[in-house]
Design a protein around this ligand. Structure first.
Ligand SMILES: [Mn+2]
Length: 365
């Protein structure tokens, strides 16, 4: 009888221990969860990068999510992260504030004046070779790659650089500018160039935030922060050409921001939209289908100005794109970052930006 009681007690205490152990794990998980979702943590982005490259070892990935990153490790990882292309991070410096102190609010943007690249470089002495900048007074919250799809728009690029470098500096951005140029005369493919930009920027610096922007759109308010958030962001939510309104609720064009995790979650952008139109609607649908929700700045802050221009040659409206869009929910897993193919032709570090020239092929005939 005594033995039976003893055994029962043993079993109960083992069960109790298991329960306590489990719940402490659970508590840990809850505690670390916000970190794994925090978009401005580049240590986390490293984890997800190694997860991405170590395909198939899902178990390792899971356990890595439980690794607590101490502040010291965090600083160490960050300095390693940026060593290759930027000056080593100062661990003594404070973190930058959420709201940069030097913002001025509404901006006057005009496109009549023309500046040379030399003049713009002179006006922005803090910009480092390749179009990099990091705040001197504090450690930036995110490492941001700005990706711009490009062909024959040097005039627009000059305006963009002239206005954006000072804005990004006031926003205390730790950023790099990547101009992704489609070589040749075949039909333009904006979204595919964005995918190329994601990959090529990561080869340069392990960024954790990606801003995909058209070359002809300038923010009218510097409080519209070029940063990532817990959800994908649409920064050009109130464009002048649409009377400072969204043309429709699912509009997701112009400028969008994704953390690396968010981008990977939607399998990047589609590579199939040749010519003008619909690729941004596809991206919006990917976001919604992945269970995320687009975040937008307040209308007054999200105002942007577009440089007026004729439609480019080689970027005509393509009505086939509507068919692709209608089928996208069946094909999005097959068409995106994972299926991206291109030929890298040239990487040039210019004074105010890095230019990547690529052959992305041509539309299927
Ligand atoms: Mn345009």
């Amino acid at each position: 009888m005594k033995w039976r009681l003893f055994i029962t007690l043993c079993v109960l205490s083992v069960l109790f221990c298991a329960l306590v152990y489990n719940s402490s794990n659970l508590k840990d998980w809850n505690r670390y969860q916000p970190d794994t979702e925090r978009p401005n943590s580049s240590a986390v982005s490293l984890i997800s990068q190694s997860w991405w490259s170590s395909n198939g070892s899902a178990k390792r990935n899971e356990s890595m999510h439980f690794v607590r990153i101490s502040d010291a490790d965090f600083a160490m990882v960050q300095s390693n992260v940026t060593e290759s292309n930027m000056t080593t991070k100062n661990t003594e410096m404070p973190k930058c504030p959420d709201t940069p102190p030097e913002l001025v609010g509404p901006l006057r943007i005009v496109f009549d004046e023309e500046f040379s690249l030399e003049k713009i470089a002179e006006l922005n002495p803090y910009v480092e070779f390749g179009g990099h900048h990091r705040p001197k007074e504090c450690n930036a919250l995110q490492h941001i790659a700005i990706i711009i799809p490009f062909r024959n728009r040097d005039h627009h690029l000059t305006h963009w650089l002239y206005y954006l470098h000072p804005i990004l500096r006031r926003q205390q951005g730790d950023y790099g500018i990547y101009i992704i140029e489609q070589a040749g005369k075949d039909t333009f493919n904006r979204a595919k160039l964005l995918n190329v930009g994601f990959v090529e920027a990561l080869k340069d610096v392990p960024y954790d935030c990606f801003i995909f922007s058209d070359v002809d759109i300038i923010p009218l308010d510097d409080r519209n922060l070029y940063r990532c958030s817990s959800q994908p962001r649409h920064l050009a939510s109130a464009m002048d050409k649409f009377n400072f309104r969204l043309p429709y609720e699912g509009y997701f064009g112009g400028i969008v921001a994704f953390t690396k995790e968010q981008y990977l979650k939607i399998n990047g952008f589609s590579n199939s939209y040749w010519g003008w139109g619909t690729e941004d609607d596809d991206t919006y649908k990917r976001v919604v289908m992945s269970g995320m929700k687009v975040e937008r700045p307040e209308r007054i802050i999200g105002r942007t100005k577009m440089i007026k221009h004729e439609r480019d040659k080689g970027n005509e409206v393509n009505t086939k794109n509507y068919d692709i869009y209608n089928r996208m929910k069946f094909t999005k897993h097959l068409d995106g970052y994972q299926s991206l193919k291109y030929r890298l032709l040239k990487v040039e570090k210019m004074h105010l930006y890095t230019k990547v020239t690529v052959d992305i092929g041509k539309p299927p005939s």
